[in-house]
Design a binder for this molecule. Structure first.
Ligand code: AKG
Length: 364
């Protein structure tokens, strides 16, 4: 039973390395400082005054500028969901227990002006648009804006010893939220318009995220009916995803705390707001949850640079830690009981939908 030792690790990491607040740097660090103080110890920081020279900081707050500059560009990827939560856990049906799936957004390719209108006309619990695509979309779909930012973050590229693998843009408003997850990339995340609010947990806190396998599903939006349908992938594909929603409604709060006590009763996540003109160094494998506050015209715009991470000893330690089981007594409100529930609900759903999925895939 390693629970006590794992809990000690959460505390010790904060005591010896992370502290209680994310460091705020007034100017960009030298490559050596970034490497020594932040990348090597896998420690986030917020950096001010590092992108003041980007023309984007003044230009992109003008919607007419964006529309004109991107008017002859190829189409851009628009993510549509009913709730603003893409890549997040969603009930597949109204059954009890509700079978949860990992729901990805409906993705449309549209000219920028049409896609931006969809974001601006988003309606909560009906249709929410988020302009994003994590495939280097800035350098392909938004080429027209390339001169407004730098192709890389020079002091970071020097510290990482490489150029960014991908540059992505995120254009949304307060209705879009990104659920807790981690990436196998080093991330330099710059906010250009509005604010982004991050909750951060170090990789050592992996047990507090209740990562479980969920069947993948896809939202499909119909222009004809104006409705979304959630379709389970066939054959079933499982996605390991964090189970914790850090902001449950008042009604759901008690249940959430009972289901995920390690998250809600453990050390508080680091909370940081990245303002327009600031950059967050988000180290590889850190769990992050992202919300946003738009600027006065109603948009948040951010750019992130993904650099390859080093699959070094930290990665090996993380995998080892994740392989250790958190012991939960049988019949407790969380742990295996809930996992079973997830599959019980799914089994019922598949039967009702007459989907032929083998029992063995459900034992996954
Ligand atoms: O800005 C967002 O909504 C999410 C950003 C994110 O998850 C990332 O850069 O890895």
């Amino acid at each position: 039973m390693l629970n006590k030792q794992i809990e000690k690790l959460w505390e010790e990491v904060r005591e010896v390395s992370l502290g209680r607040e994310i460091p705020q740097l007034k100017t960009p660090p030298t490559p050596l400082e970034l490497l020594r103080e932040y990348i090597s110890p896998n420690k986030p920081c917020i950096i001010s005054n590092s992108i003041n020279h980007w023309p984007a900081l003044s230009l992109w707050s003008s919607t007419p500028y964006l529309l004109t500059t991107l008017s002859s560009s190829p189409s851009v990827s628009l993510h549509l969901t009913p709730s603003g939560l893409a890549d997040s856990l969603t009930p597949l049906s109204l059954q009890t227990p509700p079978p949860l799936c990992f729901a990805s957004a409906h993705v449309d390719q549209l000219p920028f002006d049409k896609a931006l209108s969809e974001v601006q006309e988003s309606v909560k619990n009906k249709k929410v648009g988020y302009l994003q695509q994590q495939n280097d979309c800035f350098r392909s779909e938004y080429r027209g804006l390339e001169g407004d930012i730098e192709g890389d973050v020079p002091w970071a590229s020097e510290a990482f010893g490489c150029l960014p693998e991908a540059v992505n843009i995120w254009v949304g408003n307060e209705l879009s939220e990104t659920s807790f997850h981690k990436d196998h990339y080093e991330n330099m995340y710059a906010v250009v318009c509005g604010e982004k609010h991050f909750l951060l947990l170090p990789p050592t806190d992996v047990h507090r995220m209740y990562i479980r396998d969920y069947p993948a599903a896809q939202y499909r939006y119909s222009q004809d009916t104006g409705e979304f349908r959630l379709e389970l992938e066939d054959p079933v594909r499982y996605v390991p995803w964090c189970s914790v929603n850090p902001y449950p409604s008042e009604m759901e709060k008690e249940k959430a705390v009972a289901e995920f006590p390690l998250y809600f009763n453990g050390p508080k996540p680091f909370e940081v707001t990245v303002k327009a003109g600031q950059m967050l160094y988000l180290p590889s494998m850190w769990f992050h949850h992202v919300r946003q506050t738009p600027d006065s015209r109603g948009l948040t715009v951010a750019i992130n640079y993904w650099y390859d991470m080093k699959f070094d000893i930290k990665y090996a330690y993380f995998n080892f830690l994740q392989s250790l089981h958190w012991y939960s007594p049988k019949n407790s409100a969380f742990s295996h009981v809930r996992r079973e529930d997830v599959f019980q609900g799914l089994r019922k759903y598949l039967e009702e939908e007459d989907l032929d999925i083998s029992e063995s895939s459900l034992e996954h």
